[in-house]
Design a protein around this ligand. Structure first.
Ligand code: MYA
Ligand code: JJ1
Length: 388
């Protein structure tokens, strides 16, 4: 069934009930001198290219490939439309390797037709902090699908990760592969219900009118929590302490230092938003919430071409109830013209989803580790990791 994945060091379906297999690394590292030194062979007519995402020209090529060929929903009504600024942010975290931003071109025309990326990260699994690659943006042009290009790309990124002496990876996908460490549900909170209904993102509920629906999703103009404000550079140490302490309760979570927090969580216009609660009396930072901006192209609608979505990222509550904190996040997202606020049922998100009028979507997200076995699948609430 999975001719490629059956050959890879990942949990296999046949081993699912087998509790005798140990947790951790599936195969041992080899000497760097024994890692294949030359790239995998591509089909004739295609060549590898390393994408310099700093270059405006290259970034535009990647952006155009993804804009036209990346992930769609199951009815092909929407397609993720990561912005160039977002891609630069996602692909250049502390310690990134340019060699992990891999493209495939048609030799004759030089047209970019496929892409895959990795970025380094430290991910804690139970008590072990493991250096991993986070793999994302795997994309093959629509006209080149089903030609087994994806396995070659995955093997090539694996080889380049190995050359940096890194032997594990984390990734997410909308499809089921051998084998998920967890399967999460997408939830959606309407902020602009009229538009969402007009474009087919959501439907008018039974016995609901448009005006009742608009009223149902109405939010106040301003946030309610005293001391709620945007995160700033000087907050990095306090936010790092808050997040590290919070994430320690999950089975799988990133091990973030101050450099990571500055990169991943300091607000960046139209890319990532972070807010925190600074106690007006003590000036202690007690709570934190964040979301990233990922619009989708609306395919084939007369009136609208883009859906502005916020995706819940990392949230920490120690003093403000999580429900109130996330309600404030919804208020700022609404104020900034987002159409919808999306979240997965990871971490403690279940505690606010229903009450804040999120509804389950038709999409699921499967989490995977490469070359690291987990004895049995985790509950989404045991995951403290959000990939972009
Ligand atoms: S997830 C987002 C993936 N991208 C999209 O969904 C965009 C739209 N789709 C496409 O561009 C293509 O359909 C893709 C497949 C490129 C997805 N992850 O070339 P093929 C397996 C892993 O004939 P195509 C993300 O970016 C499939 O099961 N494998 O197929 C994370 C089959 O293998 P097997 C996938 O449709 C990516 C084989 O590929 C995926 O033309 C993580 C068929 O190849 C998928 N999403 O192209 C990658 N979809 O026969 C793994 C299909 O065995 C990283 N396949 O079933 C692993 C860690 C690597 C680093 C390790 C370091 C140590
Ligand atoms: O966005 C998604 N679904 C939407 C749109 C559905 C359109 C028809 N298929 C959805 N809308 C309902 C919202 C409604 C609002 C009021 C309350 C009730 C709910 O369900 C889905 C997620 O649900 N998104 C996708 O399918 C996109 C792909 C998801 C897999 C992503 C893989 C990413 C790989 C990253 O590395």
């Amino acid at each position: 069934k999975h001719k490629f994945w059956e050959t890879q060091p990942v949990g296999q379906f046949k081993d699912l009930g087998d509790n005798s297999l140990p947790e951790g690394s599936i195969e041992d590292p080899i000497l760097l001198s024994e890692v294949k030194q030359e790239p995998y062979k591509l089909p004739n007519l295609y060549e590898w290219t390393t994408c310099d995402i700093d270059s405006e020209e290259m970034c535009t090529e990647v952006y155009n490939l993804l804009t036209n060929n990346y992930v769609e929903d199951d009815e092909n009504m929407f397609r993720f439309n990561y912005s160039k600024e977002f891609l630069r942010w996602a692909l250049r975290p502390p310690g990134y390797f340019r060699s992990w931003h891999i493209g495939v071109r048609v030799i004759s025309s030089k047209k970019l037709v496929a892409f895959i990326t990795g970025v380094p990260s430290r991910i804690r699994v139970r008590n072990d902090v493991v250096i991993m690659a986070e793999i994302n943006f795997l994309c093959v042009h629509k006209k080149l699908r089903s030609k087994r290009l994806a396995p070659v790309m995955i093997k090539e990124v694996t080889r380049r990760v190995h050359l940096e002496n890194i032997w594990q990876a984390a990734y997410t996908a909308g499809v089921v592969l051998p084998t998920p460490i967890s399967t999460c549900q997408y939830w959606h909170r309407s902020l602009n219900p009229k538009k969402l209904i007009d474009v087919g993102f959501s439907r008018l509920g039974a016995r609901m009118t448009m005006s009742r629906t608009i009223k149902l999703y109405k939010l106040p103009e301003s946030t309610v929590t005293p001391g709620f404000r945007k995160m700033e550079l000087h907050d990095v140490p306090a936010v790092t302490r808050l997040l590290r302490d919070y994430l320690s309760q999950f089975v799988v979570a990133p091990d973030l230092d101050e450099n990571d927090v500055e990169h991943w969580l300091l607000p960046k216009e139209n890319v990532v938003n972070s807010y925190l609660v600074e106690s007006p009396e003590t000036h202690v930072i007690t709570d934190f919430c964040s979301f990233y901006t990922l619009p989708s192209t609306i395919l084939g609608n007369q009136n609208y071409s883009s859906l502005k979505a916020a995706y819940s990222y990392y949230n920490v509550s120690t003093k403000t109830p999580l429900l109130q904190l996330m309600n404030d996040a919804l208020i700022v997202a609404k104020r900034n013209d987002y159409d919808v606020f999306n979240a997965l049922d990871v971490m403690q998100n279940e505690s606010f989803l229903k009450e804040l009028k999120f509804g389950p979507g038709d999409g699921k997200l499967h989490y995977y580790l490469y070359n690291y076995r987990i004895r049995s699948a985790l509950r989404p609430s045991e995951l403290g990791l959000v990939l972009l």
